[in-house]
Design a protein around this ligand. Structure first.
Ligand code: TRP
Length: 350
């Protein structure tokens, strides 16, 4: 089937909490930039959430989390007229695609995906749940169900996109050209350290600055940030490389002259942490201010988020149904039942 439609991108998050600065640099900055040149789909991946969080309480919280995430995304610059937000679990055809794709990848291949072991460990699982091992396959179903060309995601998800590419190629090879092979679009800043200096900003670790944090919360979190532990006084020379406060200055402070000056004085023991942190909190707040304004504007439109999710889900479901129809036809699956239905309609001869 040929199409003149614009290329499509698909990305999204599990509805487990609010979006933070790590999400912004890892993926949202790209989403923002790409939304003008791609038809953009944003998945609220609640089925993926179930691979590590599947209690009734987790599920009950997901609607509110999803709402917050959509609002955060709009605040961060996604445009309600361009973005298609949808709820994964409301499109059961995705699970059908997942089942079919499960035969296009091997267990050892999935066992080599590093992020899955990390997720299992972080969720306190001693053994790998079957669904979690299949996480990238379900993600491939998400990506391919809208025939996405581009997938802007953070570092953790790069290996999953690679699996989606392999599944697309394998499907095309076995059953005929059906899917574009999706491109990974990776972030400029691969991942952001946490405020505590741990490798990754993460809501589960509690070391995140949220896009929705108030100016006071930002100041409080920045004041408590981990810095060079060897620097016990302002006149002790400190290390800049890898120091979270300077990583954040580089990411969020556009005043490079100020940042260079702070770094120079830090290295030579001529600046206190208070000054470095006060300037950082100011920079982060200046970065978040436009988002705060947008959030207030969208919050002032009651029902906006709900309407976007419902319209987006209906729209996406239409696209997915079409894709699943093509998939079943390409595989020859439709013909199997059709052999029975055709026979069953034949008049019974005496
Ligand atoms: N795996 C993503 C996460 O880390 C969520 C997700 C599910 C996703 N399906 C996707 C991202 C498809 C990009 C494309 O939360």
């Amino acid at each position: 089937m040929t199409t003149t439609a614009p290329p499509r991108m698909l990305t999204g998050d599990r509805p487990t909490g609010r979006l933070h600065l790590g999400h912004y640099v890892g993926s949202i900055a790209n989403r923002r930039a790409l939304q003008h040149s791609y038809q953009s789909y944003f998945i609220i991946a609640d089925l993926h959430m179930l691979t590590t969080k599947n209690t009734r309480e987790d599920i009950a919280r997901s609607a509110g989390n999803a709402r917050d995430m959509v609002l955060d995304s709009l605040a961060a610059g996604l445009e309600p007229d361009l973005a298609v937000f949808y709820l994964q679990s409301a499109i059961p055809e995705v699970m059908e695609l997942n089942t079919l794709f499960q035969n296009l990848v091997t267990v050892p291949r999935l066992e080599r995906v590093p992020s899955l072991k990390e997720m299992a460990r972080d969720a306190g699982k001693e053994e790998m749940p079957y669904g979690l091992l299949g996480y990238p396959v379900l993600q491939a179903a998400d990506i391919l169900c809208v025939k996405a060309h581009a997938v802007p995601v953070g570092k953790d998800n790069a290996a999953h996109v690679e699996i989606a590419r392999e599944i697309a190629r394998r499907f095309n090879h076995l059953y005929g050209e059906t899917f574009p092979v999706p491109e990974l679009i990776s972030a400029e800043v691969p991942s952001l350290v946490g405020t505590d200096g741990q490798a990754k900003m993460s809501k589960s670790i509690g070391n995140a600055i949220y896009l929705s944090d108030s100016p006071d919360e930002v100041r409080r979190k920045v004041r408590g940030m981990y810095t060079d532990p060897k620097r016990v006084r302002a006149d002790v020379p400190g290390t800049v490389a890898g120091n979270p406060v300077f990583v954040y200055h580089d990411a969020f402070n556009p005043d490079t002259a100020e940042v260079d000056d702070l770094k120079e004085r830090y290295r030579t023991g001529r600046v206190g942490d208070v000054e470095v942190k006060t300037k950082l909190a100011d920079a982060i707040n200046a970065f978040l201010d436009p988002m705060r304004e947008r959030r207030a504007r969208f919050e002032g439109e009651p029902g906006l988020v709900e309407r976007l999710v419902v319209e987006g889900t209906e729209r996406t479901r239409e696209v997915v149904r079409q894709t699943v129809g093509e998939v079943r036809a390409a595989m020859g699956l439709d013909a199997v039942y059709a052999a029975f239905t055709a026979e069953s309609r034949r008049p019974v001869s005496a």
